[in-house]
Write a protein of this length. Structure first.
Length: 380
């Protein structure tokens, strides 16, 4: 059995945790995330999965089909799966988080991934998970990631998996310090030269995402200020900035393109300045923006200055205590005002008269004049 097209939420805490797994080990962790996702959404687990608390310790017993860890339906590499379970038994996750975002206080935790793994030749796997793993997966105080489960499970490179997590976020992508990425991937003692890090980590992951993923990326090498692009040989590189790229040809056939694009990132449709203005000045949630996305896209495309239009509406909304519904209707009206007025056939009073009228009106922006008059009346 292979799970297909499952959207899951991966705890931001786990996405920045300092671990470095093989692809098979990552699939074991993804299995836990899938189970957590079903529980979060109140859905019933697939009949092939069972989860129950252990009686004598603070652990949870997971029993699932061996095939969930396979790369695809043809993958029968049971030795690699057993190797992954053995390795996970000896690995830990290290992470820290702030229970109160406004406080410097944080909690640091070091936990084992799984305990007592069992492999059954009839196609079953069982292992125990610490309570802390559950708390980490369900911990969303730092945000969350939405990723496509089947696509994530198919990646060969663990670096492709990790970078897919990063670029598929809804949060604003900021420049990453190279040393921070090394720590995230637990590569502090490997690929110490930036050239090697880009070749064997960044470019290797990009190559796989380019070939198979609905989301890949381009990137820029940045200097120590995190803003200036490094273009000359010999300049020191300290940061990297990722730019997500959507690839329609690799999109899921079951998750519609528009739905996937809207859920993964609004930035593919709207400028970040527009998004921030809608959020900060009109208190639009991402769900509210998505519900009116077509309208906002039309405004961004057709209004001469969308931000200026929003700022004028903001003044009127504050003055009249008007809500989001009023803003939506006002934007619709502005778009409607842009539609050309249906021209009536001129009254035939001789060719000379018609010609004179055409010459006068040829270069006049009639709608622009009307808007100017309306604005002046409003100001008065």
């Amino acid at each position: 059995m292979v799970l297909n097209d499952k959207e899951m939420i991966l705890s931001y805490v786990l996405s920045i945790a300092k671990y470095n797994f093989s692809a098979y080990e990552q699939r074991v962790l993804n299995c836990l995330v899938y189970i957590a996702q079903q529980i979060i959404e109140g859905k019933q687990l697939h009949k092939d999965f069972t989860i129950q608390p252990a009686l004598l310790d603070n652990l949870h017993i997971i029993n699932c089909p061996l095939s969930i860890f396979a790369k695809n339906e043809d993958d029968r590499n049971t030795e690699e799966i057993k190797k992954a379970l053995r390795s996970l038994r000896n690995k830990t996750i290290e992470y820290q988080y702030h229970p109160n975002p406004n406080s410097k206080h944080y909690i640091w935790t070091l936990i084992g991934i799984i305990e007592l793994p069992k492999f059954d030749t009839r196609g079953r796997v069982e292992f125990k998970v610490h309570q802390e793993i559950y708390e980490a997966i369900f911990h969303f105080a730092k945000g969350y990631r939405k990723i496509e489960f089947a696509k994530m499970m198919s990646f060969e490179s663990t670096y492709a998996m990790r970078l897919y997590e990063i670029i598929s976020t809804e949060q604003k992508l900021h420049p990453y310090k190279i040393d921070t990425l090394r720590a995230m991937f637990k590569l502090e003692n490997k690929y110490k030269q930036n050239k090697d890090f880009f070749t064997y980590v960044i470019d290797t992951a990009k190559k796989e995402l380019d070939a198979h993923s609905p989301y890949t990326f381009t990137y820029k090498r940045l200097a120590g200020d995190g803003r200036t692009e490094v273009t000359k040989r010999g300049q020191k590189i300290e940061y990297i900035k990722f730019y997500p790229v959507y690839q329609d040809k690799h999109a899921s056939k079951k998750l519609e393109e528009t739905k996937l694009k809207k859920q993964v990132s609004l930035r593919f449709d709207l400028d970040v300045v527009v998004l921030n203005y809608l959020r900060e000045n009109f208190a639009f949630s991402d769900a509210g923006i998505k519900n009116n996305l077509d309208l906002f896209k039309d405004c961004q495309k057709n209004l001469p200055d969308f931000i200026l239009s929003l700022s004028k509406l903001k003044v009127k909304a504050d003055a009249g205590s008007k809500g989001q519904g009023w803003v939506i209707n006002a934007l619709r009206k502005q778009l409607k005002d842009l539609e050309p007025v249906e021209k009536k056939a001129p009254i035939k009073r001789g060719k000379q008269a018609v010609s004179s009228i055409e010459k006068v009106t040829d270069n006049v922006d009639v709608m622009g004049v009307l808007r100017d008059i309306t604005n002046k009346k409003t100001i008065i």
